[in-house]
Every structure is written in structure tokens, then in C-alpha cells.
Design a protein around this ligand. Structure first.
Ligand code: IVH
Length: 463
């Protein structure tokens, strides 16, 4: 039964092709748990039921990395990639094109996983690259990560990869936390690192974490695969989750194409990336190129524009929607984020402002992904100016002056002016004329605004 459950884990997490339904999987799992309870002597440490260990820890032990966990040189321009490629070929004394591998640079937590005789025996953080922390008990709770490797694992293999929090799971976690009045996570990366730094593995087990591996640190009893592409293939054969967007590229031009392609896919991915990692594919060439103090010469990170930035909250204004809903909007000191300059962000409602404990004048962390409206994530702690001002819900509508009402128990405050409020009137007329309603062609925002400004139209009947 253990083998059967391992197989279904592999189909689900690695192949992304489950063979049985979730309910059938749960039934199998429950059956194994019942058998183990009846026969505790049959429990093995790699049993799928043994992910959460018994007691919380007092602290994390230190782990020395025999092979250091390096960081990467960065590039933001294609020309820098071309320079890097020229330098590589010069150092290798090679005229012909050099083959590379490209893969998403996952924005998570770097880990080293040690498997001995196919069993996960130790997981460690990167730390300063030489010494990290032993997070084995927490890492064991991540269901996408095998406790036991498949096929013919070597006697020893140290796997390198990234633990991350999927974006959908991060959003769901935060919605539930906010609804329960609990603390929310700032972003998926902090979510992943905070989850791994828990002393009680039960807390980690309740966090939605996932994992991609991207390389081999060391291997014992078997030769290191001779290219990066083969390393990744080998890891996948061993039942480890590798990134489906991995590509072998025949030259640096193909890498540049990949960089552009992945950027168009960035917002469709269920994990945050901050760029592309490009590696010389041939391991022997990697060794000849060698490593500077902390960075290998044979790899580079192409970085995309950051989707997060900090700026100052200049003011909060209130917009009136079609149904009178009053929405606070943050006016920001303009800041470059996600590839554009942003000066407004949504704040949803007053509850959100209270949750963030937002004051005018605060430094704020904002996030902008793709075409989505930028969002204020958090107030930067310790940077509140002394004259910071509280945000107050206006007593009267900023457009028509009617009373603002907020019925008991409702989150949304509304202008009580109804269609006599020009802001509501504009939105109501637009809605009335929209494609799925009366579909009045040419009745766009500008014309409606003019009709309302000049008081030519009071109600839809006037159209
Ligand atoms: S390769 C020498 N591949 O980026 C090779 N790193 O600056 C070093 N990272 O924190 C790592 N995704 O954990 C590599 N596909 C990927 C990666 C990746 C994310 C992280 C890595 C480390 C940092 C390196």
C-alpha cells in the first residue's frame, strides 16, 4: 500500500496526471493509516503517513554544505547575455555556439535535500551558502516532495531546488486568514520562508507549499550526468518534481527567445518568478569555467522587472461606483513596478485600510502583476512619519454630497444619493448602454460624462 500511495503521489505531483480521484486517494490513505495503527511495528519512516513528526523542535541545527550553495550573476539586457556568452566561449576557447539550459527562476526558498539509499534523510536551507539550517521535519510535510525516490536511486544524492507557495494557494490562505482575523502573509516568498521557519512541523504541514528541483549538488556511487538537461531528466526519473518550462537551448539567441517567451507566460504561472536562470549545459564546460568566490561563471540570472516596490502613500481618495459603493483609492508617489509607472492602487474598502493599519504618509509595499490593478500589500514597518494621518471615511459623498451610509454588518459604504448622484448616474448610464444590456453603440465613457455634466440626461429614459 505504501508503494501504491507513493505511485499516486508521483502521478499527481510530478506527472500532473492523477490515475485515481482525490476521494479514492484519501480512502487508500485512511486504510493505510488504520493498518498502521493496528500494527505500529509495521510503520516505516518513509511511509506516506509519516510526514508530520511528533514534537515541535527547540531550534534548528546547523548544516554545513559540502558543496556551497552559490548565488548568481545578474543580467537585465540581452546584450549582457551576449557578452556573457562571448566570454564563456573565449574562456573555453570555443568558436562554435555553446548550448545552454533555461529555466524559470522561482521566487521561493532555496533548499538542499539529501537522499541516502533513496530516502530523504536531511533537508537544509541555503543560509549563507556554506552553512544552512536543518529543516528536515518541516520539509517532510510537503506532499509534492517524495520521502522515497523511485526507480534505481544512487546510494547518495544531494538535490537542489526551490520550495515555493503557489499563488492560488497563497491567495486562498490569506482570504481564510483575513476572514478569521488572523495574520496574513505578505507575499508567496515570505509565505514559503515563514512556513519553513516554524518550530512546529504541524504548522508547516497546514501551509500550502510546493517544490521544484533544478540540479544536483553531489552524487555518490554513480557518475554525475554530463549535462544540466540530463541532470534534470534524471531527477524527474527519480520521482522529483522538475519545472515543465525547462528548455535546452542550442545557443544564446535561443536563450534570449526563451526569456521573451517566458515573460509573456509569467502571469499565467501559478508561482512567482523573478527571471530566468541560464546555465552552460555541459557539466565539463561548467567545471572548466569554474566559480568565482560566490558565483559560478557558468550560470547567470536574467531578471525581469520586479513586481513589488515600496513608495509613499500621498492620499486616499474615494470613488463612487454604479451602485453607490464607495471605494478608497490610494494615491501614491509614482514608482516603477512590474514594468510601468504606478501612481494609484486599489484599497477595496475601509476594512482593508484597518487591516493594513494604513495612514497617509506611510511607506507602503505595492504589488503589480500583469495588467492587474496594483495592490497595497503592507505598510513598511518602522517608517511611519510623525505627522501620518488616519484615513477617514467621508460622511458625505465626495461627488454629490449626499449622506454616506454603511449598514450594520456590511463592509461596503455607499452614497445614498442614488441616480441623482452624478457619479452613480454616469455608471448607471454606461451599464444600461453596455453590450450585454441595451448595447447602444457609441455611448462610451466620454459621451456619457458630457451628457451628465451638461445635465442633458437625468435618467435612462432621457436617452
Ligand atoms: S541554479 C549555480 N536554478 O536563485 C546555480 N537557482 O541566485 C545556482 N533559484 O536562491 C542555482 N530558481 O535557489 C537555480 N531554476 C533555478 C532557480 C534558482 C530559483 C534561486 C536559488 C538561489 C538563487 C541563486
Amino acid at each position: 500500500m505504501r508503494a501504491e500511495i507513493h505511485h499516486h503521489n508521483y502521478c499527481y505531483h510530478v506527472l500532473d496526471a492523477p490515475e485515481i480521484s482525490d476521494a479514492d486517494y484519501d480512502a487508500l490513505f485512511d486504510e493505510l493509516q488504520a493498518l498502521e495503527q493496528a500494527h505500529p511495528d509495521l510503520i516505516t519512516p518513509d511511509s506516506p503517513t509519516q510526514r508530520v513528526g511528533a514534537a515541535p523542535l527547540d531550534g534548528f541545527a546547523q548544516v554545513r554544505h559540502e558543496v556551497p550553495m552559490l548565488s548568481l550573476e545578474k543580467a537585465t539586457l540581452v546584450e549582457e547575455l551576449e557578452d556573457w556568452d562571448r566570454r564563456n566561449r573565449k574562456l573555453l576557447d570555443q568558436e562554435a555556439a555553446l548550448a545552454y539550459s533555461c529555466e524559470p527562476k522561482i521566487d521561493g526558498v532555496a533548499v538542499s535535500l539529501l537522499y541516502e539509499s533513496g530516502r530523504l534523510v536531511r533537508a537544509a536551507t541555503r543560509g549563507d551558502g556554506t552553512t544552512g539550517e536543518d529543516i528536515t521535519a518541516n520539509v517532510r510535510t510537503i506532499s509534492a516532495l517524495p520521502l522515497k525516490l523511485r526507480g534505481n536511486p544512487p546510494p547518495m544524492i544531494e538535490v537542489r531546488g526551490e520550495i515555493y507557495m503557489p499563488i492560488a494557494a497563497f491567495n486562498a490562505f490569506n482570504e481564510a486568514a483575513a476572514a478569521n482575523g488572523e495574520r496574513t502573509l505578505v507575499n508567496p516568498r515570505n509565505g514559503a520562508s515563514g512556513s519553513l521557519r516554524q518550530l512546529d512541523p504541524k504548522v508547516t504541514a497546514a501551509r500550502p507549499l510546493n517544490f521544484f528541483c533544478y540540479g544536483i549538488g553531489q552524487i555518490g556511487g554513480e557518475a554525475m550526468p554530463s549535462t544540466q538537461s540530463e541532470q534534470v531528466m534524471h531527477l524527474r526519473e527519480l520521482g522529483l518534481r522538475t519545472n515543465p518550462n525547462f528548455r535546452a537551448c542550442k545557443d544564446i539567441a535561443a536563450c534570449a527567445e526563451y526569456v521573451d517567451w517566458l515573460q509573456t507566460r509569467r502571469d499565467a504561472l501559478d508561482y512567482e518568478i523573478d527571471g530566468v536562470v541560464i546555465k552552460v549545459d555541459d557539466v565539463e564546460a561548467q567545471q572548466r569555467l569554474g566559480t568565482l568566490t560566490r558565483r559560478p561563471r557558468w550560470a547567470i540570472a536574467f531578471k525581469y522587472p520586479a513586481q513589488e516596490a515600496t513608495t509613499r502613500l500621498l492620499d486616499v481618495e474615494f470613488q463612487v461606483g454604479r451602485t453607490g459603493a464607495i471605494t478608497p483609492v490610494a494615491r501614491l508617489e509614482p514608482v516603477f513596478v512590474g514594468g510601468v509607472t504606478v501612481s494609484n492602487a486599489t484599497l477595496h474598502n475601509m476594512d482593508e485600510i484597518r487591516r493594513l493599519d494604513l495612514r497617509i504618509g506611510d511607506s507602503v509595499l505595492i504589488h503589480r502583476a500583469g495588467d492587474v490593478i496594483p495592490k497595497v500589500m503592507q505598510v513598511v514597518p518602522g517608517k511611519r512619519p510623525r505627522n501620518a494621518r488616519a484615513v477617514e471615511l467621508p460622511a458625505s459623498c465626495p461627488v454629490c454630497g449626499a449622506d454616506v451610509i454603511q449598514p450594520e454588518g456590511e463592509v461596503v459604504a455607499r452614497c445614498s444619493g442614488g441616480i441623482s448622484c452624478p457619479a452613480q448616474r454616469v455608471q448607471a448610464l454606461l451599464h444600461f448602454g453596455s453590450r450585454l444590456a441595451l448595447d447602444i453603440q457609441g455611448l462610451g465613457e466620454r459621451i456619457v460624462q458630457q451628457l451628465v455634466d451638461q445635465e442633458l440626461v437625468q435618467t435612462v429614459a432621457d436617452l
